[in-house]
Write a protein of this length. Sequence first.
Lengths: 115, 113
Amino acid sequence: AQSVTQLGSHVSVSEGALVLLRCNYSSSVPPYLFWYVQYPNQGLQLLLKYTSAATLVKGINGFEAEFKKSETSFHLTKPSAHMSDAAEYFCALAGGYEEADGLTFGKGTHLIIQP
Amino acid sequence: DGGITQSPKYLFRKEGQNVTLSCEQNLNHDAMYWYRQDPGQGLRLIYYSQIVNDFQKGDIAEGYSVSREKKESFPLTVTSAQKNPTAFYLCASTRFGTGIGYTFGSGTRLTVV
């Protein structure tokens, strides 16, 4: 069975500070990993994805994530937070390079940006 | 522009009623999915379909039904057997073997009144 754990249901940072959202995964096969963002009452938008190429993945809106197999982690970072980054963030996993059977999602982290 | 359209955006259901949520995509994606989202629970898979006229149960299929008569359409029916249907429902689609992840619709918020 595969699983995704997001550490911290809420993360609060000051505007301009580093954003770090943590994601750990468990998978018996090499994974595809994704980060999605959700604004209130909207669908999910893909931020970035890891698909076994470069371990450091750059996404939209200045976000990036690093795949660390030894730590089974895929943490999301952004050097400088902006007020518009306030949203819910989800880490997701597809096992075995195949997402056809459904992504497994973490429970989400609500990012709060303080002025 | 291609995308996924979910309708309606808000839906109210009386006790004992069946309701159907619509999901249409014009991305020529192979697979389609229904997820349920509850606060603090993340997204949980209800049903998915990889090809027309075929679908599989996800983790929480009880009280729900689906059909896939056309590649573009994957409606979800919330039946009276679903005891706690109030939630945010998200439809998604993807193309096999590309690693592109899922494209999501904007969701339907269902409330039991």
